[in-house]
Ligand binder design. Structure first.
Ligand SMILES: *[C@@H]1O[C@H](CO)[C@@H](O)[C@H](O)[C@H]1NC(C)=O
Ligand SMILES: *[C@@H]1O[C@H](CO)[C@@H](O)[C@H](O)[C@H]1NC(C)=O
Ligand SMILES: *[C@@H]1O[C@H](CO)[C@@H](O)[C@H](O)[C@H]1NC(C)=O
Ligand SMILES: *[C@@H]1O[C@H](CO)[C@@H](O)[C@H](O)[C@H]1NC(C)=O
Ligand SMILES: *[C@@H]1O[C@H](CO)[C@@H](O)[C@H](O)[C@H]1NC(C)=O
Ligand SMILES: *[C@@H]1O[C@H](CO)[C@@H](O)[C@H](O)[C@H]1NC(C)=O
Ligand SMILES: *[C@@H]1O[C@H](CO)[C@@H](O)[C@H](O)[C@H]1NC(C)=O
Ligand SMILES: *[C@@H]1O[C@H](CO)[C@@H](O)[C@H](O)[C@H]1NC(C)=O
Ligand SMILES: *[C@@H]1O[C@H](CO)[C@@H](O)[C@H](O)[C@H]1NC(C)=O
Ligand SMILES: *[C@@H]1O[C@H](CO)[C@@H](O)[C@H](O)[C@H]1NC(C)=O
Ligand SMILES: *[C@@H]1O[C@H](CO)[C@@H](O)[C@H](O)[C@H]1NC(C)=O
Ligand SMILES: *[C@@H]1O[C@H](CO)[C@@H](O)[C@H](O)[C@H]1NC(C)=O
Length: 560
């Protein structure tokens, strides 16, 4: 049966498609570094500018904040953190726009100085100004086969609210009030250039505490089926109704594995999954339950649960596994994501505390908009975001011992005619009976149509690239999807005109030289705006003459 199917698929592909070796997805290779001053995070190397400057970035899943590249500029190690030894390296290296000949701020008002679009993170007091500009970006090192994209939006920041820069994964375009056209994100650019076949990504943060440590995994346009447990998967979770809170998940309960213990959280809350935030932000009563259960003490000065060596020893002895039971509004299915204590046994250092200390990555949320599951949670969870269908999947992460066990598969957009769809695989190979029946019927129908060609094709299929097998179950599978995914209209809505208004920057982004007093808990590190402006002004002037080669139509030039 599967042979027939594969054979018909292959024949279908021959009929309709260019048989190139296009996979339709990219696996971004992790740097072999663990970076961070509030934990150990697996970063990804990105080259920015010409000549290329290599920076190590964290994937940014946030719909708003993740819509461009964020890089630390040299001021992030001179104006602030001047006494942090090896600061640039600690921050994943800095990017100097004045050393890049391809950098351009030509189209932007105010020398490109605007606020970072931290709609969600701002709820947690994380915000900053940044210098925006356009530059060439390569998603990986030379020789890795990583694509090079011109004219990508890059924001350079110095604040300590975010320690490392980020590689934005959002498909949401960026809208400068002073520009008519919206700036496509990297994910959209890759899709537009057909480097990836669907607007999707998959990510897990990696686990420095495993033995051996396992780096993060980032796939664009697809996912790595070896990195999650298909048996512990919540699939087709619809995006939150607020586009900024797409990865909104219900936490039904939080428990830990000490016999007879009461739950840490007993009634459902909704939390936003956001890789651009480190910690877990949970309601105060839940934090208090954690305090009691794990003997934690809130330090009001540091606004952290700092853990003394003594408390650490007893936590190690207790070695609790914390279980988050996740569900959705629509479905009754729930899954349990388990975090061993090792995942929560982190160190925090300067600039967040004076001297390095152990801490428990939990923060007190004051209201529901602050409920967040940060990167700490993504150490043990694998998320596949499918913007074509406006759904995501969350699973317990797996930690295969080597890259050799990668099982990369594409996420195919719905309704694609011709070369088919692989959302079948997206759901971890769990076809229900209806789906299998549909596929069999479809396969038989195609077999009857193309019977003479099939035997020949079977042989080809066996030696062909694996992506061929993945393709081609389109029509049948779309039926199957109706059962598990929201109606197709949801997916179509994604980039409609209706959404564009939401993406607009508020007028407040036009107040560039003002720095807010509320800039996080680390306001002392903020710089006066004037200094930034003075430093950036030289850039457009000196770069204007170097822009000639860029493909910026004159009509798009800002009036600034
Ligand atoms: C087929 O692939 C070749 C080589 O990659 C490419 O030049 C050509 O444009 C492709 N044709 C179509 C129709 O995609
Ligand atoms: C794709 O094909 C090109 C040329 O045909 C080859 O150089 C490249 O290595 C192939 N890539 C993969 C991933 O097979
Ligand atoms: C991705 O798209 C390209 C071009 O449209 C096509 O040749 C290829 O077969 C697609 N790959 C998959 C896995 O669908
Ligand atoms: C770094 O300098 C700041 C003031 O410039 C000071 O408050 C802080 O204690 C210093 N940190 C270290 C680790 O020396
Ligand atoms: C680039 O800017 C930095 C500070 O912003 C300055 O120290 C450096 O000299 C500049 N380099 C060039 C080549 O202008
Ligand atoms: C961008 O924002 C401005 C001001 O908010 C608005 O006038 C403009 O229409 C927006 N552009 C797009 C393409 O959405
Ligand atoms: C890519 O974007 C350009 C301009 O925005 C558009 O004209 C073109 O149709 C897009 N191509 C694809 C394949 O989406
Ligand atoms: C999932 O469940 C199946 C059947 O119960 C089992 O064979 C498989 O090993 C499980 N997979 C994992 C990753 O535990
Ligand atoms: C709270 O943290 C600060 C460092 O951030 C430390 O100096 C202080 O002693 C801590 N307070 C307590 C009660 O542990
Ligand atoms: C909790 O920790 C404090 C010091 O951090 C210690 O004195 C106390 O004995 C601990 N309590 C329990 C129940 O372990
Ligand atoms: C935290 O710091 C202690 C020393 O203070 C060290 O032994 C431990 O390995 C560190 N843990 C992590 C996760 O870096
Ligand atoms: C939630 O609390 C934070 C911190 O007090 C505040 O900044 C934010 O505006 C609040 N959000 C809402 C929706 O009340």
């Amino acid at each position: 049966m599967w042979h027939w199917l594969a054979a018909t698929s292959y024949f279908w592909l021959l009929l309709t498609a260019n048989t190139t070796n296009t996979t339709g997805f990219i696996s971004v290779q992790p740097s072999l570094y663990w970076d961070g001053s509030d934990g150990l995070w697996s970063t990804f190397q990105v080259q920015i500018g010409r000549p290329a400057q290599v920076v190590r970035l964290l994937p940014g899943t946030s719909a708003n904040a993740g819509n461009c590249y964020w890089v630390v500029i040299p001021q992030g190690c001179t104006e602030v953190n001047a006494n942090v030894s090896d600061c640039a390296d600690e921050r994943g290296y800095t990017f100097s726009s004045n050393l890049s000949t391809s950098w351009s701020t030509e189209r932007l008002a105010n020398g490109g100085l605007f606020e970072l679009d931290t709609y969600e993170e701002g709820q947690l007091g994380l915000t900053s100004n940044a210098y925006y500009g356009f530059d060439t970006v390569q998603l990986g090192l030379d020789g890795s086969g990583a694509p090079t994209l011109r004219d990508q939006l890059v924001a350079g920041f110095a604040t300590n609210d975010f320690w490392l820069g980020s590689l934005g994964l959002s498909p949401v375009p960026f809208n400068f009030t002073s520009l008519d056209n919206r700036i496509p994100s990297t994910l959209s650019t890759l899709k537009n250039q057909s480097i990836i076949n669907s607007t999707s990504w998959a990510y897990t943060a990696g686990a420095a505490y495993k033995d051996p440590p396992v780096f993060g995994s980032l796939t664009l346009g697809g996912y790595d089926a070896a990195r999650y447990d298909a048996n512990r998967t919540l699939s087709a979770v619809p995006f939150g109704s607020d586009f900024s809170r797409d990865f909104l998940i219900g936490i039904e309960s939080i428990t830990y594995d000490t016999l007879g213990s009461s739950p840490l959280l007993a009634s459902e809350i909704y939390a936003f999954i956001d890789s651009m935030v480190t910690q877990m932000w949970l309601p105060i009563d839940v934090c208090e339950a954690f305090e009691t259960a794990f003997n934690l003490t809130w330090n009001d000065t540091a606004e952290l649960y700092l853990v003394s060596e003594e408390a650490h020893s007893s936590l190690l002895a207790q070695n609790p596994t914390t279980t988050f039971t996740l569900g959705t509004t629509s479905g009754s299915k729930t899954i349990a994501i388990q975090l061993p204590y090792a995942a929560l046994d982190l160190n925090i250092s300067t600039p967040y505390v004076d001297s390095t200390s152990r801490y428990f990555p939990l923060k007190r949320a004051e209201n529901a908009s602050q409920y967040t599951l940060g990167r700490v949670f993504l150490q043990e969870a694998y998320v596949i975001a499918d913007y074509n269908r406006s759904v995501f999947q969350i699973s317990q992460a797996l930690f295969p011992s080597s890259d050799a066990s990668q099982d990369l598969r594409p996420v195919t957009p719905p309704g694609v005619s011709g070369t088919g769809s692989t959302a079948r695989a997206r759901k971890g190979m769990h076809l229900d009976k209806g789906a299998i029946a549909g596929i069999v019927l479809g396969a038989i129908a195609m077999l009857l149509m193309f019977a003479p060609a099939v035997l020949v094709c079977v042989r080809k299929r066996r030696s062909g690239p694996s992506m061929v097998q993945a393709a081609g179950t389109k029509e049948e599978k779309d039926d199957d999807e109706v059962a598990e995914l929201p109606p197709d209209e949801r997916a179509q809505v994604e980039m409609s005109a209706e959404d564009s208004a939401v993406y607009e920057f508020d007028a407040h982004n036009q107040k560039p030289s003002e720095l807010q007093a509320s800039l996080g808990t680390l306001g002392k590190y903020e710089l006066p705006g004037e200094r930034y402006i003075a430093e950036i002004e030289g850039v457009p002037k000196t770069r204007v003459f170097e822009l000639g080669g860029e493909s910026i139509p004159a009509a798009e030039l800002g009036t600034a």
